[in-house]
Design a protein around this ligand. Structure first.
Ligand SMILES: C[S@@+](CC[C@H](N)C(=O)[O-])C[C@H]1O[C@@H](n2cnc3c(N)ncnc32)[C@H](O)[C@@H]1O
Length: 436
């Protein structure tokens, strides 16, 4: 079934259910009532002020919360207009109710310090889009409490997902899938969220506390140390100059030739370029030093967070008076607005811990009409690469989630750049955008 078909089924099912949802003849939905005290108890473990209820239905949780803590600000979102109508009829002050899809939460970044989702998640055809969306709307340090159906054993879950659900669809139910601990852990990791606890409660409930990490700057020490550890092998890895680095490219990157890919990226910079270029992160300049040697009239600034990387770049570029190398954070650039004609970012965004700030800052320092050129890892293209990235490169600190899919990156770039080039090769994307 397609995503649209699932959602149509949910709409139909819950338009009907809205009439009886909170009554004592709500049929199968009676079971949901057992979840509310547990969600409330979890919430009460820490203070909160702005709460979002995803798939809020007629708002039973919001009603409970509003009665107990009327001073707080609440928002409920649900796909089914009739559910929201019934919730609105309760006239709860300080409660905003919105018809919408939890896979694309229509709220500003960092709007909430608590997000709850109770017995709705198993209706979402794209669970990762939902987790990504929760990450975006949560404040750093904010909590996400997920309560849903599950089954302890993988075999029983398989049976539910592959036998019971298709039968439920015939009966008009919009359920998509139920999940186990490992599924939720992976969704969290891809979205940049941390799974704090995963508990199986009662007969078939998962109760999960998830957190958006505090200000990402905390991760910088791990970046510094991971690049320190790898400084002696870094260039060999990238240039495939050793047998084991060729093996790494084959194993991790399905054989995508990063040397050739880099050549294409650098071809977007004219050889006779004579403006200002920011290269972030400059790394060891292993791929760029030849190009920069030929760009005598350009003013080039190379920025990196790691002093170990910069030390090697300094050696390589010491003969080029038009290249300045500085230590700094891409998320807080110390350059004026519109001060560069080109911003080049090769293999950086999959490592940057605070990606929204990195996108914002690289955009700010670029002139209108200037080029944003880059390449980096995107998830969702190869199961093998994604697994190796999350199990090895993320744990080692070389890469930092969340990672975009190619479609997400394209949408993100298209908001502010005209894309002159956008290519996907294996699990890498390379592009050239013009700032509007
Ligand atoms: C079983 S009810 C749960 C309602 C409430 N959270 C509770 O605990 O009682 C599931 C709700 O999820 C909503 N829903 C399903 N898919 C959705 C989506 N993609 N986005 C938002 N809401 C969705 C349905 O409309 C329905 O109101």
């Amino acid at each position: 079934m397609t995503s649209k078909e699932y959602k149509e089924l949910s709409l139909k099912e819950f338009t009907k259910a809205a009439e009886v949802y909170e009554s004592d003849h709500a049929g199968v939905y009676e079971m949901c009532k057992k979840d509310y005290p547990d969600v409330l108890a979890e919430l009460e473990k820490e203070p909160f002020s702005d709460l979002l209820d995803c798939g809020c239905g007629t708002g039973p949780m919001l009603t409970l919360l509003h009665e107990k803590y009327p001073e707080k600000h609440y928002t409920g979102i649900d796909l089914t207009p009739r559910m929201i109508e019934v919730a609105k009829a309760k006239n709860m002050e300080g409660v905003d109710l919105v018809v919408g899809d939890c896979e694309h939460l229509p709220f500003e970044e960092g709007s909430f310090d608590a997000v709850i989702c109770c017995e709705s998640f198993h209706h979402y055809p794209d669970p990762q889009a939902f987790f990504d969306s929760v990450y975006r709307v949560l404040r750093p340090g904010g909590r996400f409490i997920l309560r849903d159906m599950t089954m302890n054993s993988a075999a029983v879950r398989w049976f539910c997902n592959n036998v019971e659900m298709p039968l439920a669809h015939l009966a008009g139910k919009g359920d998509v899938r139920i999940y186990g601990r490992e599924d939720i852990r992976r969704l969290c990791e891809n979205a940049g969220l941390e799974m704090v606890t995963f508990e199986k409660r009662g007969f078939c409930r998962l109760h999960c506390l998830i957190r958006k990490p505090e200000a990402p700057s905390k991760n910088y020490s791990s970046i510094t140390s991971s690049y320190r550890q790898s400084k002696n092998i870094y260039d060999d890895v990238l240039t495939q100059s050793k047998w084991w680095s060729r093996l790494y490219i084959r194993l991790f990157w399905s054989g995508v030739d990063d040397v050739e890919l880099t050549r294409r990226v650098l071809s977007y910079i004219p050889d006779d370029f004579d403006g200002r270029l920011l290269d972030v992160p400059v790394g060891t300049a292993v791929f760029t030093h030849e190009k920069y040697s030929a760009m005598k009239d350009a003013q080039i600034v190379g920025l990196d967070y790691s002093e170990d990387m910069l030390a090697q770049a300094r050696q390589r570029l010491s003969q080029l008076p038009n290249v300045e190398l500085v230590q700094g954070d891409v998320g807080a650039l110390e350059f004026d607005r519109s001060s560069f004609d080109i911003v080049l970012s090769m293999n950086g965004f999959h490592a940057f811990p605070d990606k929204p700030s990195a996108f914002r800052e690289t955009y700010r320092v670029l002139k209108k009409g200037g080029k944003f050129i880059g390449c980096y890892y995107v998830r969702g293209r190869s199961k093998v690469t994604d697994a190796l990235v999350s199990r090895i490169l993320v744990r080692k600190g070389w890469f930092t989630p969340p990672f975009d899919t190619p479609e997400q990156l394209r949408r993100r770039l298209e908001k502010v750049y005209d894309l002159a080039e956008f290519h996907v090769e294996g699990s890498m994307v390379y592009f050239c955008g013009i700032k509007r």
